[in-house]
Design a binder for this molecule. Structure first.
Ligand SMILES: Nc1ncnc2c1ncn2[C@@H]1O[C@H](COP(=O)(O)OP(=O)(O)OP(=O)(O)O)[C@@H](O)[C@H]1O
Ligand SMILES: [Mg+2]
Length: 116
């Protein structure tokens, strides 16, 4: 899947907060799905780039995002049909009472899961 590991990097930026055990299990599944998406879709044809995973929280709110500086989600619905991954992330975000949003990163894509 990663043609040339030298061309892609993953950075994790987190504050020093913690997540509750039940939330962290779901966030683990979500982050796996989103990072795989970035690896699978964002960097075609040996394109190089960076994936950033961010998490921060306080007493009542938390948010996690996965951003990449790849090609972005295609505007042609033929190529960007929601698959199983979107269904899983959507269902887990609902279970966590969180908002799931995808925005263009210019370049790339940023997916956020926010509980407030
Ligand atoms: N980081 C990304 N960069 C570019 N396109 C993306 C990115 N993430 C998702 N997409 C687009 O959104 C579509 C839907 O993603 P989704 O995870 O639902 O399905 P999938 O990855 O194609 O299949 P599955 O998750 O079931 O293996 C993808 O097919 C792809 O076109
Ligand atoms: Mg997917």
């Amino acid at each position: 899947m990663i043609h040339d590991p030298e061309k892609l990097s993953i950075e994790v930026t987190v504050d020093d907060s913690a997540a509750k055990a039940n939330v962290s299990v779901s966030l683990g599944l979500i982050v796996t799905e989103l990072v795989i998406n970035a690896l699978k879709h964002a960097f075609p044809r040996d394109r190089s780039g960076k994936i950033v995973v961010d998490y921060r929280s306080d007493d009542t709110k938390w948010s996690m995002s996965v951003s990449d500086d790849g090609v972005g989600v295609s505007s042609d619905p033929k190529f960007s049909k929601p698959g199983l991954g979107t269904g899983i992330v959507d269902a887990m975000a609902k279970q966590l009472d969180a908002m799931f949003t995808t925005v263009a990163g210019n370049p790339g894509t940023k997916v956020s899961i926010t509980h407030s």
